[in-house]
Ligand binder design. Structure first.
Ligand code: SF4
Length: 359
């Protein structure tokens, strides 16, 4: 069996103002028990080492919060339980403030191919508003460290930050283009539990995001970065294979608190609590009925530029699509995909398809 593996590292130096991912500030003393539990969980999935990994993604949280000794333990757990000689891509997320030369060398020596760096902005005042630990200088230092190592670099950027202008957005986009082959652009969204919510939660951040997104769609392709998914742009050949596996509904084993696996049509969601995870509390198991699974696949596939094959599309979903404005889609005899405008209005399209699912 071949599948992808995700490991969630739930530790960060401190909480960013907009964060609603499952992670804790500090918590270094919990790392040994988190690693022990990851080991137990990996063993429960390993099928006597018969699973060959196609992609590996270490995310979080902040994987570069781990020391090299902790990284070595993590990698030995992965190698002891899964075949890694078949990997076509291995990525670690990293934070500019904690990524060291030693981390980069370790990742390169362990056959990682990519680093995904949480740059978010090259404006110091925006980074401060977001409550990031790093400043623009450390973002540049980290990008240059990865570039000079020969590893592929992906950078995350955030738009619709309070105080952001098209000029600062353009500056951030141009700055990361000098280093990265892959750029992810996410709109700032604030969940009620995010520290920034009390200050900005009532602001119309969604409305504010449109012009920034449109600008990225205009500017990045002119510099060779094709949009291959709603939030992702890449130079040819730099698309993230691990994320493509998610959007194709391929099997993904996910280890760590809050991680969600999808194996043989069954979804397992680990508890979003380190304490519960370590003490072995079972997460939620959900077997998707075929109809729901087909709708989910349609929504996931439509996120990408490749879209979905019409042969695997439920006729009712195809009918729902036919009732929407035609310029939202690129339709060929074989496939249906979103047009650039459709990507801008993705939320509207998902809600129309989900409406069908609920009837
Ligand atoms: S680094 Fe990422 S996971 Fe950690 S607090 Fe910031 S946004 Fe959240």
């Amino acid at each position: 069996m071949s599948c992808s593996l995700y490991v969630h590292v739930p530790f960060c130096e401190r909480k960013c103002g907009y964060c609603s991912f499952f992670s804790m500030a500090g918590g270094r003393e919990h790392i040994p028990s988190w690693l022990d539990t990851v080991k137990r969980e990996a063993e429960s999935y390993s099928r006597n080492g018969k699973i060959q990994l196609s992609t590996l993604y270490i995310g979080g949280g902040t994987p570069t919060y781990l020391t090299l000794t902790e990284w070595e333990t993590l990698m030995s757990v992965i190698r002891a339980n899964f075949g890694t000689s078949t990997l076509t891509e291995a990525t670690s997320e990293a934070n500019p403030s904690s990524l060291t030369h030693e981390h980069v060398s370790f990742l390169r020596d362990n056959n990682f191919t990519r680093i995904s760096l949480g740059v978010q902005s090259l404006s110091d005042s925006e980074l401060e508003t977001l409550g990031r630990v790093h400043d623009s200088g450390s973002a540049r230092r980290a990008m240059s460290l990865v570039k000079s190592s020969g590893l592929n670099l992906s950078c995350d950027l955030i738009f619709a930050v309070p105080g952001q202008t098209l000029r600062t957005w353009d500056y951030s986009l141009r700055s990361v283009m000098d280093y990265a082959g892959h750029i992810s652009c996410y709109q700032l969204t604030l969940e009620p539990e995010a520290p920034m919510y009390s200050r900005y939660g009532g602001d119309d951040l969604n409305g504010a995001g449109y012009k920034f997104y449109r600008y990225a769609q205009y500017m990045l392709p002119r510099h060779g970065f094709g949009q291959y998914e709603i939030s992702n742009f890449a130079l040819p050949g730099h698309e993230c294979r691990h994320n493509i596996a998610y959007w194709n509904h391929s099997d993904v084993i996910a280890l760590g608190p809050s991680a969600v696996s999808y194996v043989d049509g069954v979804r397992y969601a680990n508890p979003s609590s380190l304490e519960e995870y370590i003490s072995g509390v079972k997460g939620e198991r959900e077997e998707l009925p075929p109809g729901e699974s087909a709708i989910e696949l349609a929504i996931l596939s439509l996120r990408t530029k490749w879209g979905i094959s019409r042969a695997s599309l439920l006729p009712e979903v195809e009918y729902t699509i036919s009732q929407m404005p035609p310029d939202l889609f690129v339709i060929t005899p074989e496939r249906i995909a979103l047009s650039p405008r459709g990507m801008r209005l993705g939320n509207y399209i998902w809600s129309e398809i989900m409406l069908y699912a609920d009837t």
